[in-house]
Design a protein around this ligand. Structure first.
Ligand code: UT7
Length: 320
């Protein structure tokens, strides 16, 4: 027993910020961002919290999945940018939805949604749950240094959600971590302990772009190869690869290493930028609502990011 996806949803802030607008804040250009990353604009919170975005995505997914909040047995939120360390974003969301089930966050940075799905699969396998809400939700705009052009042109805000019910559609998965903080890091507030004397750190996202790029291409191609094989499938059986949206060049490079045509790799980075753990469920919902996921189709999800972490899985699409 694993799960099947009953409903999907997403929610992004109303405010769009174009590359031209960003060029007023940092030394960058629309041409550079489009060519090097593939982003045209991104959504940035003005008054919304990360929990607000998660709640918007959750309501859509619950509605599509014909599930009421009181039917939920578990809420798992993947996030690296919760509004508060506590309550967790999942607990905030449980309260906003009026659910009563256990709720907690998972932090595996941009791979978080896949880690959260795999965690949910464990509860289904042990027959502890019948309905689970899994979210990827981020407000990265509050963690970005808006004077750092290496990061502020890339990261953005958004949330995506799925409602899971009992099924046998989660066919294979792989989680990976290679711990270390010298490639991507997001320092926490150091606190005011009179006894703690750390080296001062820049309190915003730091990313070594080129190291992350290399890790990402290898992780995507290696993880997808493994999960497709473990599902008993060939690359040609995969209808859609839904990759983390970090850079179109990463996606294109990974597609060249795999025997899967480039047009089967879904993309929406142009509209939303990199929303970390939210990027896969946002894209999944867009494909679903556009009618592009056919019953019986095999879809492969693949993510990578801070930690360093990566993860991938294969799901047989079947909402009926
Ligand atoms: O979701 C978490 C995982 N994150 C990722 O997967 C990100 C992976 N990395 C990347 O996507 C790319 O490395 C970046 C988009 C971050 C950077 O692209 P790049 O092609 O690796 O650029 P670079 O860092 O090698 O910089 C090339 C040039 C440099 O100028 P010089 O030294 O050649 O004169 C940079 O200073 O581009 C310059 N540059 C920019 N120019 C205009 C860097 N950022 C910008 C910018 N606008 N925003």
């Amino acid at each position: 027993m694993s799960f099947r996806i009953l409903g999907t949803g997403h929610c992004v802030p109303a405010r769009a910020v174009t590359n031209e607008e960003l060029s007023k804040y940092v030394d960058t250009s629309d041409e550079w961002i489009r060519q090097r990353v593939g982003i045209a604009e991104r959504r940035v919170c003005t008054t919304e919290t990360a929990a607000d975005l998660a709640c918007g995505a959750a309501r859509e997914a619950l509605d599509m999945g014909k599930t009421t909040p009181d039917e939920l047995d578990m809420i798992i939120c993947a996030t690296v940018s919760p509004d508060d360390a506590s309550p967790s974003m999942a607990c905030m969301l449980q309260n906003m939805l009026g659910a009563t089930c256990p709720a907690y966050d998972v932090n595996a940075a941009c791979s978080g949604f896949i880690y959260a799905l795999d965690t949910a699969a464990g509860f289904f396998a042990r027959q502890k749950v019948k309905k689970v809400l899994v979210i990827g939700g981020e407000r990265l705009s509050r963690l970005v240094d808006w004077t750092d052009r290496n990061t502020c042109v890339i990261f953005a805000d958004g949330a995506g959600a799925v409602v899971l019910g009992e099924g046998d559609n989660y066919l294979s998965s792989k989680l990976y971590a290679k711990g270390g903080n010298n490639v991507i890091s997001i320092p926490m507030h150091e606190g005011k302990s009179p006894f703690y004397r750390p080296e001062p750190r820049h309190p915003y996202i730091y990313m070594n772009g080129q190291e992350t790029f290399k890790f990402a291409v290898n992780a995507m191609s290696g993880d997808l190869t493994d999960v497709i094989r473990d599902a008993g499938l060939q690359p040609s059986d995969i209808s859609w690869v839904i990759p983390h949206q970090a850079n179109v060049r990463i996606i294109d490079a990974a597609s060249r290493k795999l025997d899967i045509p480039a047009d089967r790799f879904a993309k929406n980075i142009e509209k939303y930028g990199n929303t970390s753990s939210a990027s896969i469920p946002i894209l999944l919902d867009e494909l679903n609502r556009a009618g592009k996921l056919k019953d019986g189709a095999y879809i492969a999800l693949s993510a990578f990011g801070g930690g360093l972490t990566s993860g991938a899985c294969v799901i047989k699409w079947n909402t009926i």
